[in-house]
Ligand binder design. Sequence first.
Ligand code: PLP
Length: 369
Amino acid sequence: MTTSNQVIPTGTYYLDLDTPSLLLDLGVLENNIAKMAEFINDVPCSLRAHSKSHKCPTIAHMQITAGAIGICCQKLGEAEVMAHHGVKDILITNQIVGATKITRLINLLAIADDVKVAVDSHKNVEELASASEASGDQLGVFIEIDVGMGRCGVLPGEPAVELAKLIDRSPNLELMGLMGYEGHCVNIIDFVERRKLTHEANSRLLQARDDIEKAGIEVGIISAGGTGTYNITGRYPGITEIEAGSYIFMDTTYRQVLNDFDQSLSVLATVISKPADSRIVLDIGIKTLVGDFGTPVIQELRPALKCELNEEHSLWFYEHAMDELGVGEKVRVLPGHCCSTVNMHDHYYVLQDDRVVDIWEISAARRAQ
Ligand SMILES: Cc1ncc(COP(=O)(O)O)c(C=O)c1O
């Protein structure tokens, strides 16, 4: 097995890998995928797995093989990678705005004909309508509803209905459904509170569906949900699919919310310095372990009192000497946020029983455009 700059023999012991390396426990990954598939089997709702978490066509195909109806992408660049690797059913859960990107989006329809995109403004719908009319393509769109997160999306009622009418009048656009991500709910630790706010968000989304259908426009798909709300939104009557992504890896943040899935992802790091009794320094910083939220944890140790991430160093503070760890030793660090950490790496070193059995390219990493 090779990466761009090294050959790794199959069966290499994980501690013999150089650092930093992104490790993926295959057994745990497969188990997480199977658990979600089992849940989906039991509810009248599908899974459109969010590929922003893994950015890896190999994993997207594993999810589809296990029953996912397709994938979500956050970025056009990710969708291009997935389409070139044979994924057909793609929902871009984001607005694709401006002539340059819209031309790429239309070109993508020639590779994966089932590409759909979120919209939330008249200007963007008009741009998409004229581009698809000019190319003679039919483009599926989802109206994004702001279900309380306060990011993108139109509100239910008049704004959603007016946008639906504009889409309906555009011969080359097809309103395929509504999308509403309850990102303000997914990390609420208390289940009762999480369920209450998620139900409110779900009901706003279905309110928007009812408003649009009352205006005589049919709405097919209702897409919502993340890992933290998969078992709430996935059971809510009227929701037709969930968009969970992180469930395949989990991270220390999501582990505080849910125990249903296990952590399959870690970053292998080396202790490069132990300058004081209570401080160790690892060779991973924000360029390999993103600290946008959540607290990373060294798997072999108790949680640190404090962890500071510099660019290429991380400083871990404990109350007393850590005799168990010396300079040159390697540890596995569980990320606070799996999705942004994955984005900084080029490969997964896939482990079975602590041995490297494969290397998977993270082909869509950093495809931010
Ligand atoms: C639009 C959208 N759908 C779904 C998700 C769910 O992701 P996760 O399963 O990682 O919570 C996200 C997360 O950012 C999102 O932005």
